[in-house]
Design a protein around this ligand. Sequence first.
Ligand code: CA
Ligand code: CA
Length: 91
Amino acid sequence: MPIRILLEIADMERDGSPEVVFYHYGDNPTEMMDYDYALFASSSQANDRYDLLSEEVIDSDGDGDIDNHDKRLYLQLADAFVQFRGLKSTR
Ligand SMILES: [Ca+2]
Ligand SMILES: [Ca+2]
């Protein structure tokens, strides 16, 4: 089963500091709005270091429990993804 997450940088809280949104998809998504669930990470200091999550996380590393490491994976992904500011549409 493929693992699919769509990442988006958007100011969900409209405070001038971007959030990183994670959209999780199941097996056969047919459109972008067809995600299973979504959560977002925000930076409490508005400094591109992500430390807050909008929802409880799942067992993202699949080790059988939900702990800080599962949260940290999301926050690390947010820290990395927010640096992709050079991405531009090529079409
Ligand atoms: Ca924000
Ligand atoms: Ca875990």
